[in-house]
Write a new protein. Sequence first.
Length: 281
Amino acid sequence: MKTNSTRLPASFPVRRMDYNFENTPKYWCANDPAMTHYFTGLSTLFPEGDSYFVRSVRELREHAKLNEALDREISAFIGQEAMHSKEHHAFHISAQKHGLNPESLEKITGIVLKGLEKVFSKKWNLLVTVGLEHYTAVLVVSMMETVNEYMTDKTIRDLWLWHSVEETEHKAVAFDLYEYLYGNGLNAYLPRVTIFTLSLILITGLSTIYQIVLMKRDKQLSNLKTWQNFFNFAAKQYKTFIPKFFEYYRYDFHPNQTNEKNLVATTKIKLGIKDTPALVS
């Protein structure tokens, strides 16, 4: 029997973060309402979304206990996602002072995802996680490369960069669990791409609605200049995103077919992160 002193660590650590959002300005992305509210809307998906990811993995984890390496990765995945939920929720609480109430959008996300859990099987809930982990992994590459430079508030920028690093580190965990349990044949492929398509529609729809809601609450809905700034930004980003999203439809797709180690290393230097291996249980 292994003891804690001999237990091997996961390939990535769980970092305990505690950001202070007290002085976060109202417009912290390019000093622009539509840009800020887009990322705030996206952020409101994370507290409940990451909790849903954790539940979907936990529901099936017991069936993969014999794979000790995968089980260690699952532990670290759960730890990282829990911290993401905590820190993004803390940001939303602090943003209440601007009268936008992003916390209310968190609650809507929770209602939607709990509804999915009731309708979907454990396998399908895991597949939502697998697909949205790929969606997030695509977005965070751009965040680490250039998008973080739009964020004028250092605390917010650090939040998104830290989150991006960790999404890249654990991007394959849910996929590996799915493949371990269900294989990589046609019977595994067809539901994988079907649920991904539905998940893309869901997350794009929710993030768009949330941006519009926040713009309306901010009385910026008719601000054509800020919308133009955002659409110019989004058009450029989605030219990169769409081909990467569609990589998921390849029969032989695996998240680790792309390598972001150098980008992650550079981002960790920017954040001042110096990791030491951590044991997880």
